[in-house]
Structures are given as C-alpha cells and as structure tokens.
Design a protein around this ligand. Structure first.
Ligand code: SAM
Length: 441
C-alpha cells in the first residue's frame, strides 16, 4: 500500500490533469525508496510521463515566489534550497500546493553528507572522506552567510528557525534529484520525474529525458521522460543516471555505488614545486600545454593513464643534465620530447615518486583489500557496504597505478631516451644500433 503522502501527491497531479488513470507509470514503494512502476507493458523509448514547466522548481520559480525579491543574486542552488526549506517549514495552515511535493521527499539519503562520524570512520583514509568533509564545510559557510544576509533579516518570510541540518537536507535533495545537462536548465527539480531510480545495467543515457515544446500552438515547455528499455507491467521503470560519475561521485551525490570496475577512480595531485629552481620555465611549459602548477589526474581502474600525465611527470622531475630542454629554444618542441622518456634518471625518478606516493596513500587506510573483499557479500548495512566498496576501489586503483610504474621501472633499460632518439634522427645510429662514424673528407 502506498504511503498517504504519495497518494495525496498523485491525486494532486490527477486534479491538475498532469497524470490520469491511463498513465503508463505510477509512484510505488520499491527497494530504493519510492520509484516509478509500470502500470502496463511499456515499449522501449516510450514516454512515461510529461511534466509542464508550471510544476518545475528552478531559480525562476523562486524568483516568481514570495521570497523572489530577497533571493535575488543568490547562487541558483541556494535560492532553490531556501525555497524548499521554506515550503517544508511553513505552518500547516499556510497552504501552498508545493506541500504535496515536499511531503514525498525523503528526509535523507545514504549520501556520505548524511553519515554519522562513526559511519565516516569506515572511509578513513579515502579521498571520498576528504571530499565529503570539504563539501560539508562549503555548505556550512554558505549557510552561515545566507542565514545572516537573508534568513534572519527577513523574519516575516522566514518566521521559523532554519538550521544547518535543514540546509544540508536541501543540498542533499538537490544533489540527488535535480536534473542537469538540460537545454537552458542547469538546476531544476521535476516532481514525479524525480522518482525515477538508477539501474547499473542500463548503459545508455540517450533520450531518457528532454525538454520540448508543449505542442504546436503552445510556447510552454514540458519535461518528458522515456524508458530506455522495455518494461513489463508491475516492474520498475529505471534509467542510467550518469555514465561518467565515479563511485565516489555516486556515493556523494546519491548514496549508492556500482560494482562496475571502471567506476573506481583515484585523483592524483601532481605539482611543480615553488622551490624548484626551474619553476618559471616549467610553469610556462606546463601552461602552454594545458596543464597547471597544480594538476589533477583522474585515474580509472583498468584504464590507461591520462595522456598528459607522463609528460607532466617528466617535466616536474626534469633537472640535472636534462635541464637544457627547458631552454627557450626548445619551447615549441619540449612537450613532444616529454611525451617520450627523456633520460634514464628522469624516468627512474618519476617511477620512484609515483610509487612512493601510492605506497604512502595505501598505508593510510585502515583495512587491506583482502579484508574488504572478505566483508563484501556479507550481510552489511547499506552505508558500510558503500564504505567497503569505496575504500577497496580506491586501493585497487592505487595498486593499479603502482603496478604501471613498477613495470616501467623494470623496463628502464629498454627505453629509448632523448639522446639516442636525437642521434637516430640525425642518422647517426644504424639499424643495428651501432653508431655510424663518417669519414671526414
Ligand atoms: N528513490 C527516490 C525516492 O525515494 O524519492 C527517487 C529517486 S531520486 C532521483 C534518487 C535517490 O534514489 C538516490 O539518492 C538514492 O537514494 C535512490 N536510488 C536511486 N537509484 C538507486 C539505486 N540503484 N540503488 C540505491 N538507491 C537508489
């Protein structure tokens, strides 16, 4: 049986003629919370619902609302967050139709932003933990600002106490339900459509949703949602949320992860040190080639390294007898040289640097991959399961990176380095690798 709020919500949409008894899908209770369940067999790419613009919640909705004036100039997500909070905290007798929607929103998800300290301990040492803490810090600062500048000075519009918990709730709602990548709509909540859950086994994002004109004679827009695969009556309609999000992003945004290997990533931060004697030249070269003094590289399990990573590493490590490559006469060609091993010393340094960074990162986790693997498949709490997946995933990527550089380290004697390439290019090295001396006439 459906919760009362959901039935009220559906009735509201029926009364508004947005849905009807012949709609192909209806809200239902499913393992992921609420979801959309097929009322009949639905074919691939069939539209399952259409939501007119009037029911969307985006910064324009807020501008046109009672708090529009005081929200002018706020970041889009903050104005929508204030709108949601206000609709949620309004007195019962102060009726607003949005109440129908607000009442079906979850109080929280399993996103790491909602985890307790104890739960966060399970991801100690992970990049996800530091991202989660930075995100919360960011939201906290934004909250303190908007509290001082908008909420407290406008007691009439906000006649209730707004806490940081309310603000984090609204942030979590937006992160997990707002549709992005839509024509002209960077941040929009679409009631009903946002009940759709994610399926890891759907690997196409195409055409699941779009904004289109409401009809030939109408300037209104509607949001239309399709099912990417055929669905049998009684089954849940699902879509792929985002093929490009890593498990860390999925955990932070939605509170779930996938077991697909290439969802596991680790971000390496490399930088040209301020104290490097060649800092200025190196920075100039880095910047002319689309990299920065501090550069992030996202490494994905089982995938090759990002193309600019090795050249950048070689640049960072460049010194000693290789430093001549930094001279300005080489400026146009130096990156090409860096694409290939420069010298044995340089190549050895980058292997050592990366490997020791991996080892040190690996030592900061509380568990080993083997321990995590044993836990997997057991009867785990959902959040612990996410934690185990995240921490073992990060460690697997670190081992993957370490493995790549371990192999390179063993091949150091087999590479061709700058000096040899140069001799070859000058025609001074023969096929067999011996230096050909020419006889001066
Ligand atoms: N289930 C949501 C509800 O009850 O309101 C509706 C979907 S909402 C856009 C996204 C949220 O649904 C996520 O943050 C997560 O809590 C849940 N969810 C969606 N797909 C999921 C999945 N494959 N596994 C676990 N949770 C999922």
């Amino acid at each position: 049986p459906l919760p009362t709020e959901v039935r009220t919500f559906w009735k509201w949409l029926c009364d508004e003629k947005v849905v009807s008894s012949t709609s192909p899908a209806k809200p239902g209770t499913v393992p992921e919370g609420l979801g959309l369940v097929a009322e009949r067999d639905i074919g691939r790419n069939e539209v399952i619902l259409e939501m007119p613009k009037k029911f969307w919640i985006n910064p324009d909705t807020v501008s046109a609302s009672e708090i529009g004036k005081v929200c002018n100039g706020l970041k889009p997500w903050i104005s929508v967050a204030l709108f949601l909070i206000r609709e949620k905290l309004r007195e019962e007798n102060d009726y607003s139709p949005w109440r129908n929607y607000i009442d079906i929103l979850p109080e929280y998800t399993d996103s790491t932003i909602f985890w307790s300290e104890e739960e966060l301990c399970e991801i100690e040492g992970t990049q996800l933990l530091s991202t989660t803490l930075s995100v919360k810090e960011y939201v906290k600062n934004e909250f303190l600002q908007v509290q001082e500048q908008v909420i407290l000075p406008n007691k009439r519009l906000f006649p209730f106490v707004v806490t940081f918990e309310d603000f984090i709730w609204a942030f979590g709602i937006l992160r997990s339900r707002a549709f992005s990548r839509l024509r002209g709509q960077n941040l929009v909540l679409i009631p009903l459509a946002d009940l759709i859950n994610h399926s890891p086994s759907i690997t196409t994002e195409d055409y699941a949703y779009e904004i289109k004109g409401a009809g030939l004679f109408s300037r209104d827009q509607i949001f239309s949602l399709r099912t990417p695969i055929p669905v049998k009556a009684g089954q849940q309609v699902l879509i792929q949320y985002d093929l490009n999000k890593s498990n860390a992003e999925l955990a932070l945004d939605y509170g779930f992860i996938e077991s697909t290997p290439d969802r596991n990533t680790y971000t390496l931060t490399l930088q040209i040190s301020d104290s490097d004697p060649y800092f200025d030249d190196k920075l100039d070269i880095a910047e002319s080639n689309g990299t920065k003094a501090v550069q992030y590289f996202d490494i994905t399990l089982g995938r090759p390294l990002p193309p600019k990573m090795l050249p950048y590493l070689r640049l960072v490590a460049l010194g000693g007898t290789d430093a001549f490559l930094l001279e300005s006469i080489f400026r146009n060609s130096v990156w090409d040289h860096l694409e290939l091993p420069v010298s044995r010393d340089n190549e050895e340094v980058i292997c050592q640097v990366v490997r020791s960074a991996c080892q040190s990162a690996l030592s900061s986790y509380r568990t080993t991959i083997e321990e995590d693997e044993k836990l997997k498949g057991g009867d785990l709490d959902r959040r612990v399961e996410i934690a185990v997946g995240i921490r073992s995933g990060e460690k697997m990527v670190l081992q993957h990176i370490d493995g790549i550089f371990k192999e390179r380290e063993m091949e150091l004697d087999e590479y061709e380095y700058y000096q040899e390439r140069r001799l070859r290019d000058l025609g001074l090295v023969g096929e067999q690798g011996d230096i050909i001396f020419w006889e001066p006439k």
